[in-house]
Write a protein that binds this ligand. Structure first.
Ligand code: RIB
Length: 337
């Protein structure tokens, strides 16, 4: 059986150098790296999938790094990524980070070492400098959904600002005269953009006050808590734009418990367009992101980058669509009664 020592002797380098080449975790010049890769190939040394990558054989595997697989938005996105990957004969590694930057960084390092061909990352935890570093790393990367714009990275996301304007304008159209906003986590760029869309639409209204905004954390419980706080603060709220669908589900539940009727007393509009919004009671009006298209587009873009068919990076913002359902059907209800 060929050992790492045999490879080192054959290549005329130290065992530590072979290990560095295999693990890609230290400086080795190109010539030495090639010598080691050739030695491994000639001696048929195959310690793991790593060696295949080094020998220039494509792994045909990409990774998707997600912040929260318990939020149905992300499994819907992952399904699209997997479909598109398989269609292009790529396998998929799925990594869940619970939005923890250390987990994200650890996964990126692991994927690099495993010679994964490319990574799709959903994260807002990277600042300009870290995005610079990612750009300089050799591995092709596409940033999906949550990232800020960066000239060195391809970013694919949907139109958050426009989408939130659509939501609030719709609530105004159905007659709401005091609209609150349950925003996403304060530090996320997408939350800021959705909040900006809300503010732009309501800031000059006579009834607007900053206390009509409450931050949630993109999960059901956050939506429940935020809605209760808002109603305690402003019992006369008659419409709520909730920054994502999961929090909107929480809002519906909380209003039900408070015996407040939706949409008669308070109309609710969410954001995302996850499938669950079709089965709530009442069904939820939402600003739908093109979740499936986003996943497919990100995957196809990444594969083009892997193959070298795309060299320039840019930001793509996909259109969103307002889906009107019962949680805002106030006009129709009034007319038919
Ligand atoms: O529901 C999850 C939210 O986080 C979505 O709105 C999506 O855009 C993501 O970033």
């Amino acid at each position: 059986l060929t050992t790492i020592r045999d490879v080192a002797n054959y290549a005329g380098v130290s065992i530590a150098t072979v290990s560095r080449v295999i693990n890609q975790n230290g400086y080795v010049n190109k010539e030495t790296e090639l010598k080691v890769a050739r030695a491994m190939q000639e001696l048929k040394y195959r310690p793991s999938s790593l060696a295949r990558g080094l020998a220039g054989i494509k792994m045909n595997t990409i990774a998707l790094i997600l912040p929260d697989i318990s939020n149905p938005f992300f499994p819907e996105l992952a399904r699209a990524v997997e479909d598109a990957a398989q269609q292009n004969e790529y396998n998929l590694f799925l990594c869940n980070t619970y939005d923890l930057v250390n987990k994200e960084k650890a996964y990126i390092e692991i994927m690099k070492r495993k010679h994964i061909d490319g990574i799709i990352i959903v994260s807002s935890n990277f600042d300009e400098n870290e995005l610079d570093q990612l750009h300089k790393s050799k591995i092709p990367i596409v940033l999906l959904d949550r990232s800020i714009q960066h000239p060195g990275c391809t970013v694919i996301r949907s139109k958050n600002y426009e989408g939130s304007k659509l939501a609030v304008e719709h609530l105004l159209e159905i007659g709401c005269r005091k609209i609150a906003h349950v925003s996403g986590p304060e530090e996320l760029s997408i939350s800021k953009e959705r909040l900006a869309g809300y503010l732009e639409t309501v800031k000059d209204m006579y009834w607007y006050q900053p206390t009509l905004i409450e931050h949630g954390n993109f999960i059901i419980e956050g939506g429940r808590k935020a809605v209760r706080t808002l109603i305690e603060r402003h019992p006369d709220i008659d419409g709520i734009f909730v920054g994502n669908d999961l929090m909107a589900l929480g809002a519906l539940k909380e209003l039900l418990q408070m015996k407040i009727k939706v949409p008669e007393e308070i109309a609710i509009c969410g954001f995302d367009g996850i499938a669950m919004t079709e089965i709530t009671e009442p069904e939820l009006t939402t600003v739908a992101q093109p979740i499936y298209e986003m996943g497919v587009f990100a995957t196809e873009t990444l594969i083009k980058k892997i193959k070298g068919d795309i060299v320039n990076n840019c930001m793509f913002e996909l259109d969103v669509k307002l889906i009107k359902r019962k949680s805002t059907m106030r006009n129709l209800l009034n007319k038919s009664s």
